[in-house]
Design a binder for this molecule. Structure first.
Ligand SMILES: [Zn+2]
Length: 139
């Protein structure tokens, strides 16, 4: 008898907000589209990885978030221009920019940290032994 398992892909785990080391534990306490508090957990509930590697580590995520915001604002401005053809009113663009910034804030908060931990933190590479570790609830 052999045990069969499929390790979820890096992208799938990142999009779902799973821990980068075990790809099982949730990094956040609630899903993105929920009204509950979406705070980040301190440790992975599955493998115990401490997400904030060192104090202030998530300040780096601000730069990632900044890049996201710039990309979203450029996209939104171009889309506004294509849809309305307006080149006169700065207020239209300002309103769109503020709305986009507010709407995208939860997304940017979450995915800037995910990008940081998945692709900018080599110490947090996926390790199969943590994936195969039995779930805490099953012990
Ligand atoms: Zn983990």
């Amino acid at each position: 008898m052999s045990t069969q398992y499929t390790i979820p892909s890096e992208w799938k785990s990142a999009i779902e907000g799973k821990c980068p080391r075990c790809r099982k534990g949730e990094m956040f306490s609630a899903p993105l589209l929920s009204f509950k508090s979406k705070k980040m957990r301190e440790n992975c509930p599955h493998c115990g990885l401490k997400f904030e590697k060192e104090p202030g580590y998530f300040y780096v995520a601000m730069y990632v978030s900044y890049a996201f915001v710039v990309a979203q604002l450029v996209t939104a401005s171009v889309a506004t221009y294509i849809l309305t053809g307006n080149l006169e009113s700065p207020w239209l663009y300002l309103t769109v920019a503020i709305a986009i910034a507010i709407l995208m804030a939860p997304f940017n908060y979450r995915y800037s940290r995910i990008v940081l931990l998945y692709w900018m933190t080599p110490q947090f590479k996926f390790q199969e032994k943590y994936y195969l570790m039995p779930n805490k609830e099953d012990i």
